[in-house]
Design a protein around this ligand. Structure first.
Ligand code: 5IU
Length: 272
């Protein structure tokens, strides 16, 4: 297993405001669960977030799949954020040159930087993508995750590509707060004996208790495998929670609670 300091200790050392808020929220609510809500109707999006809100530290969105999006949706999302005490992660996976991603992040229909505390980026373009996003996000206190690995079968983000993502993060520790990855990569800080104050969050999608994967290359591992064996800090769960019926709100709450309990139990075990 991989050991780390507690979320609360790490919150106290965090310099980026989004990372600090996230870690504080995890410690306060005792949850390392993020729910990924990939639904196309704003009514379903809001109902699912309201149902899982008590059990999560983070809600992951794909705002561009909402068919009936209008700007009032953002205010409704923010009301749920206040009601349930979590923050947002728009899973935008930016991948263009610095100037373009700065515009995509700040402008257009979605104005992601104005409401999403955290977003993410591919490292294919190199350091310029971080520079572009930081020009918008840093003044707003936002945080960035780099895609170091993916959960899909045959992912090309492995080996030296993953190592390059870690290197880019180290060079931009004010804005880059962590990674989307399947494990805590070798040599990253946050260990109990760690002298340096380097600390990156590991957020892991591809988590499911009942299914091994889907027909389009997704691969699932359990919360326990991710958190205890692989050193992940936050489990990201989508269809494992809302999958069978996005209208079955009681079942969705129940499943969120179960994933929260599994994720937290694995975290507590890793601390000792
Ligand atoms: N997602 C992955 N794997 C990855 C990355 C992102 O599944 O490597 I990077 C996203 C895609 C989807 C969510 O929005 O996380 C997982 O949803 P399910 O739990 O429904 O498979």
């Amino acid at each position: 297993g991989v050991q780390t300091r507690s979320y609360g200790q790490r919150a106290r050392n965090a310099k980026n405001p989004a990372a600090k808020t996230l870690l504080d929220t995890m410690e306060r609510k005792k949850t390392n669960l993020a729910v990924s809500v990939d639904v196309t109707k704003s009514e379903d999006l809001l109902a699912i977030i309201d149902a899982v809100g008590p059990y999560v530290c983070l809600i992951k969105t794909h705002i561009d799949i909402v068919e009936d999006f209008d700007s009032t949706l953002i205010a409704k999302l923010q009301n749920l954020e206040r009601k349930h005490d979590f923050i947002y992660f728009e899973d935008r996976k930016f991948a263009d040159i610095g100037n373009t991603v700065a515009l995509q992040y700040s402008s257009g229909v979605y104005k992601i930087a104005s409401w999403s505390h955290i977003t993410n980026a591919h490292v294919v373009p190199g350091p310029s993508i971080i520079k572009g996003l930081a020009s918008i996000g840093l003044p707003l206190g936002r945080g960035l995750l780099l895609l170091a690995e993916m959960s899909t079968a045959g992912s090309l983000a492995t080996g030296s590509y993953t190592e390059a993502a870690v290197e880019l993060a180290r060079q931009n520790q004010d804005f880059v707060i962590g990674f989307i990855a399947q494990r805590r990569m070798e040599g990253l800080g946050a260990g109990p004996e760690e002298a340096s104050d380097e600390d990156f969050l590991i957020l892991t999608p591809g988590i499911g208790l009942e299914s091994q994967g889907d027909s389009m290359g997704q691969q699932y591992r359990t919360p326990r495998t991710a958190v205890l064996e692989s050193g992940s800090d936050i489990i990201i769960v989508g269809r494992g929670i809302y999958g069978s019926d996005p209208k079955a709100i009681d079942a969705i709450s129940g499943k969120a609670r179960r994933y929260m309990e599994e994720g937290w139990k694995a975290y507590v075990e890793r601390l000792v």
